[in-house]
Design a protein around this ligand. Sequence first.
Ligand code: ZN
Length: 203
Amino acid sequence: MTGRPATVGAGEIGTFHVPSGGTIEVINTLGGQVVDAWFFAADDPAEFASMSHSRASIRTIRPAVGSTFVTRRREPLVTLVADSSPGIHDMTMPPCDRWRYRQLGVPGHRNCADNLRSALGAEGHAAMEVLPDPLNLFQNSPVDAEGRITFLESPAPAGSSVTLRAHRDLVAYLSVCPMDIMPINGGAPRSIGVAVLDPDEAG
Ligand SMILES: [Zn+2]
């Protein structure tokens, strides 16, 4: 896909096929929006970017330009190659899900986990009860020196973006997190832009 970036609406999920060597840019069009990102190898749904294996591989919980996310088989799948945001991302949290919203007193709320399940189904995947943890782009949930975790508003400015390069043909699922109770999206989720470039366009 080329040309104008696609838009994924607040609370929705977009599915993007990225060829090996190509890139996917995730644009925080209006700022302050968290995007739960999953990457699956196009030819093997058992191969996906695993956050636990990636943490062990890059030896940090703070991914930055140059960080490569690996699969459970330790194979490189996708690398963060550009970031014009403040570089605040999370690779420790699960996606929001129906049970999280039930805890918060809003059962039936749209959620990133069910977004992924429906998107995987649309791609012909068998249902997955246990989902991989996402790369939570732009999510500000810092861990302090004592190990405590807090949830803060995303500092990503409007128009800032991250770009990731595929190491093999993959499918990216980008859920525009609908969380409007915790402050991570500033209380009001909003749409994002996504641009996929083929290898010859990505340079
Ligand atoms: Zn979410």
